[in-house]
Design a protein around this ligand. Structure first.
Ligand SMILES: C[S@@+](CC[C@H](N)C(=O)[O-])C[C@H]1O[C@@H](n2cnc3c(N)ncnc32)[C@H](O)[C@@H]1O
Length: 260
């Protein structure tokens, strides 16, 4: 197991919801069907795989071997995706790209340097698209908006796991992506939101929890079976029907240089 998401990749691939066809369609239309898109922090291809059907080529880049392996498996030979191990610090060494998308990954990077470097690398019409859960300005990271999240946070606390322990650049500065983009070379920002209704069962919620970096199987180590048992019991004690509904709202931010 390696890195931030050690052992989480199979759970990520299976249980993290994708963004839905409407969001991916909007992304493809906005970035351009003829474009070569860098998906930076691609994970198991959550965006790369559906986007590849709608654009010329996708360069899917991630530092985690396990995520890339899941991506290759799920893509099952889709010809116009190149899977590459790398991260936001090696952008100059990547094959050429014209547009960039980051799904739930920008917060893991030194966001200002990435935008400054992309300003040098992207052609005049190039955009930076950020995809992720919609949040209000100033809202705390991952609020306990869903009833099950309150239970999960409590159980995580019992096992010494804290969402705020993830050393990412959002936690470090509290700056929202919107504000950072507005002060960057890509200051012309369009925001669209896409809603979907999801239904979870208890296995889905446990799998979702194991897909997060701060509660990944590697973080849990030998505590993994006890954690899964405790979480299952706590979730079902809170909601014996074992069925949870969620209105998932995805935000797509497309940032361009002004006047483009
Ligand atoms: C939450 S996952 C997002 C996966 C996928 N893009 C999605 O939308 O679901 C975050 C990914 O960012 C990757 N990552 C972490 N630090 C990174 C960096 N500095 N540069 C590029 N990717 C990074 C992680 O390995 C992980 O696969």
């Amino acid at each position: 197991m390696e890195g931030l998401f050690g052992g989480a990749a199979p759970y990520y691939a299976r249980y993290r919801p994708g963004y839905g066809q409407a969001a991916i369609g909007y992304l493809a239309e906005t970035l351009g069907a003829g474009s070569r898109v860098l998906d930076l922090g691609c994970g198991p291809g959550t965006i790369a795989i559906p986007l590849a059907r709608l654009v010329t080529a996708v360069l899917a880049v991630d530092p985690a071997r396990e995520m890339l392996a899941e991506g290759r498996r799920l893509a099952d030979g889709v010809a116009n995706i190149a899977w590459l191990r790398g991260d936001s610090t090696v952008l100059r060494g990547l094959p050429p790209f014209e547009q960039v998308v980051m799904g739930r990954s920008f917060h893991w990077m030194d966001r200002r340097s990435v935008l400054a470097e992309l300003d040098e690398l992207l052609p005049p019409g190039g955009a930076v698209a950020l995809v992720g859960p919609a949040r209000q300005r100033g809202e705390p990271w991952e609020p306990d908006a869903q009833p099950w999240q309150v239970v999960e946070r409590r159980v995580c606390g019992e096992f010494g796991l804290d969402i705020h322990s993830a050393a990412n650049s959002f936690h470090a500065t509290g700056e929202h992506h919107h504000d950072l983009l507005a002060a960057s070379p890509f200051s012309s920002v369009e925001c669209r939101v896409f809603g979907r209704r999801l239904v979870w069962d208890v296995d889905g919620l446990i799998g979702l929890q194991l897909s997060y970096s701060y509660s990944s199987p590697a973080r849990l180590g030998e505590q993994l079976p006890a954690f899964v048992g405790t979480l299952r019991q706590a979730l079902l004690a809170d909601n014996p029907a074992g069925r949870w509904e969620q209105n998932l709202v995805t935000e797509v931010l497309v940032a361009r240089r002004p006047g483009r």
